[in-house]
Design a protein around this ligand. Structure first.
Ligand SMILES: Nc1ncnc2c1ncn2[C@@H]1O[C@H](COP(=O)(O)OP(=O)(O)OP(=O)(O)O)[C@@H](O)[C@H]1O
Length: 265
């Protein structure tokens, strides 16, 4: 498998806070990689640097061997790196199909393109094909505000793929998706992305999902990489168990306690 992304000695500081220190990562074409780490470990800072939302303090980000560190997000997107956010970025007053049509039009014709009134049948067919790949075509004519959270997230991620990225970052794709739906949601998502051979890095706090869907896992801790190996090895690693999985266990216990308090338990 060829390397599509390589970071070399990547660093990011915010005044005295070192959010990323000596991050060296290689991602191969078509790879699915899970990213874990407790709050403040540096996961988002890493993704923000690669996608152009933050300029690194030092180091290189090589995409197909070209250094993209510090390039504007728009340029990086054009080159083939896209992302989705924890909260879906959809136009609430439009249908699913209209949202996808706008995203497709911008991806193909540039920002001013969506001002053109004509949406041809070919574009609509492409939008429906995209929805079908994510198994959400039945929702095409619904307003996005009426959708269940899992469907909204699939629409959002489908839209993040209109520019046919070679590398896609997903920030907690299952946040807000119900516990019962998480597995099937991820299966649909990963199948759809594998069909186009897109490399995927997804940040996730649920270790069951990491185990089920990421053959490789990168664990962040205090701005550094604690482990980067096949997922079964990473999840067995003593330091990962102590500093990442242990912290996640306490985090979810705190969440449960807070939910109980809100419910008046
Ligand atoms: N814009 C910023 N200004 C100052 N400090 C920041 C900024 N962004 C991140 N940090 C700090 O950098 C460190 C890493 O944060 P980051 O958001 O990357 O962690 P994370 O692993 O994504 O955490 P979470 O799971 O909570 O999103 C933290 O100490 C955070 O407070």
């Amino acid at each position: 498998m060829s390397v599509i992304l390589e970071t070399v000695g990547l660093e990011k500081s915010f005044d005295a806070v070192v959010a990323a220190h000596n991050i060296n990562i290689r991602i191969h074409a078509g790879e699915v990689v899970g990213v874990i780490g407790s709050n403040g470990a540096g996961k988002t800072t890493f993704v923000n640097m690669v996608t152009g939302y933050l300029t690194p303090t030092a180091g290189q980000i090589l995409f197909h061997r070209e250094d993209i560190a510090g390039m504007p997000t728009r340029e990086i997107t054009k080159m083939g790196i896209c992302r989705s956010f924890q909260i879906p970025q959809l136009f609430p007053e439009l249908t699913v199909l209209d949202n996808v049509l706008i995203a497709l039009t911008i991806a193909r014709r540039g920002k001013r393109g969506w001002l053109r009134p004509a949406i041809d049948a070919g574009l609509t067919q492409d939008a429906m094909d995209l929805l079908a790949r994510f198994h959400i075509e039945e929702h095409a004519h619904k307003l996005t505000t009426t959708l269940a959270q899992g469907v909204r997230k699939l629409v959002d991620i489908a839209m993040a793929t209109v520019a046919q990225p070679r590398l896609l970052f997903l920030d907690e794709p299952t946040s807000g998706v119900s516990a019962e739906e998480k597995m099937s949601f991820m299966a649909t998502l990963i199948d759809a992305l594998k069909a186009t051979d897109t490399s995927v890095l997804f940040i996730e706090h649920d270790m069951e999902l990491i185990e089920a869907f990421a053959p490789r896992c990168i664990a962040f801790y205090e701005g550094t990489i604690l482990a980067d190996a096949p997922t079964s090895q990473v999840l067995e690693n003593d330091k990962v168990r102590e500093f990442v999985i242990g912290a996640e266990f306490h985090r979810s216990a705190d969440d449960d306690a807070q939910n109980d308090m809100q419910k008046g338990a």
